[in-house]
Design a protein around this ligand. Structure first.
Ligand SMILES: [Fe+2]
Length: 240
């Protein structure tokens, strides 16, 4: 059984396509955030519906499905706010309902063992931002029955041992924030867990972003985030 684990696709179809055309897999687990930031939200929702065995709801899926107007004049909150309008324009009622009905967490079975799927953390399934901090994760996983917890949300890939458990974050397919612009994902096979990266056509995403009616500032930031692997490395280029 070869499992593809993905998260935080964020409307980046070229990145998702690069992964799924490179990797063969028996099933796919998606840890949420299909939409916002990228102009291919509908394509990513359709792909997940057709190909993912399990999908949990991310904070951006929730916000789009519940018609939450974003707030923020800076950083990622600003980019989410200005890109969300396009999601509402391009997603059908059926696609919106699909996002609204996604579970906030799932317990799945792999080789007779429980695996927990969350977008963020068990404490706050959609919103808590927690990187590879072993001590804090110990508090978050202590009540779980399973040995493996799969999460997304931070857009930072890591595989962390926490006592007898493992916490896997496959990183972000469509908007990496660790300084490496390549699409990030994980493969679980025969008890092994591996993090992977693959190059994709960032230029196609930048062209698609430039073709939207988003504010020029947002287009510039989004392109730089994709080209540099995050806002911080991008801003160091934009504001030398
Ligand atoms: Fe995300």
């Amino acid at each position: 059984m070869r499992i593809l684990v993905i998260a935080d696709i964020h409307g980046n179809w070229p990145a998702l396509e690069a992964i799924v055309s490179k990797e063969s897999f028996d099933c796919c687990w998606c840890l949420g955030d299909l939409v916002d930031y990228g102009p291919f939200g509908a394509e990513c929702v359709d792909w997940a519906r057709e190909h993912c065995t399990y999908v949990v709801r991310g904070n951006h899926d929730h916000a789009v499905a519940q018609f939450v107007n974003g707030r923020g004049e800076d950083g990622y909150r600003y980019l989410a706010r200005v890109t969300r309008e396009l999601m509402w324009q391009q997603l059908s009622g059926d696609q919106i309902r699909y996002l609204a009905r996604l579970p906030v967490s799932l317990d799945v079975t792999l080789n007779q063992r429980i695996v927990h799927l969350y977008h963020a953390t068990p404490r706050d399934a959609m919103d808590e931002y927690l990187g590879p901090d072993e001590q804090t994760w110990q508090e978050r996983v202590s009540a779980l029955r399973g040995q493996l917890l799969c999460v997304g949300h931070t857009h930072l890939p890591f595989l962390l041992r926490v006592g007898e458990r493992m916490v896997l974050n496959p990183g972000s397919v469509g908007q990496p924030r660790d300084g490496d612009p390549r699409a990030s994902y994980a493969i679980i096979e025969d008890g092994r867990i591996e993090l992977h990266r693959v190059e994709y056509r960032v230029d196609l995403m930048v062209d698609a972003i430039r073709a939207t009616d988003w504010p020029e500032r947002a287009k510039e930031w989004l392109a730089a985030v994709l080209q540099h692997g995050g806002l911080r490395p991008a801003l160091s280029q934009l504001r030398p």
